[in-house]
Design a protein. Structure first.
Length: 142
């Protein structure tokens, strides 16, 4: 399994390093999954919230990570609002919808069940529709 993921890691390494450094864009000749992952600069942030307004929610790390069937994340909501939590594969396709609707202030567990999905890197993104976004990455292994 590690041998199968190693090419993906080597392919993504420059992008993830650039994302961690806060580099917003790749050169124009870079396209595809690497370019789409580079558009997520908060992939390694401790509590990835983007936007100018007050911090309205945060997303904790996936646990366990890497995982083999299901992983859990904790969503903390400061004020009642409408949130969408979705999971995307390395190609940017939405593969799961964890939540889409109104939530009150509080703490909520999010469970990503990936039993029917192939191994790989998945991105869990929570958005509020007003510019606030929290993003986490999780690696599915078999």
């Amino acid at each position: 399994m590690v041998r199968r993921l190693l090419p993906l890691v080597l392919l993504l390494a420059p992008t993830l390093v650039a994302a961690r450094a806060g580099v917003p864009e790749l050169p124009d000749d870079v396209v595809g999954p690497v370019a789409s992952l580079a558009a997520i600069p908060s992939i390694y942030a401790e509590s990835a919230v983007v936007g100018d307004g007050p911090r309205r929610f945060s997303l904790g790390p996936a646990s366990p990570n890497p995982f083999s069937g299901t992983t859990r994340l904790v969503l903390t909501v400061e004020t009642a609002q409408r949130l969408t939590a979705a999971v995307f594969d390395a190609l940017g396709r939405r593969v799961a919808l964890l939540h889409d609707g109104h939530v009150a202030a509080g703490t909520y567990p999010l469970t990503f069940d990936a039993v029917s999905l192939p191994p790989g890197l998945y991105v869990i993104r929570v958005t509020d529709g007003q510019g606030g976004t929290a993003t986490r990455a999780a690696a599915l292994v078999r």
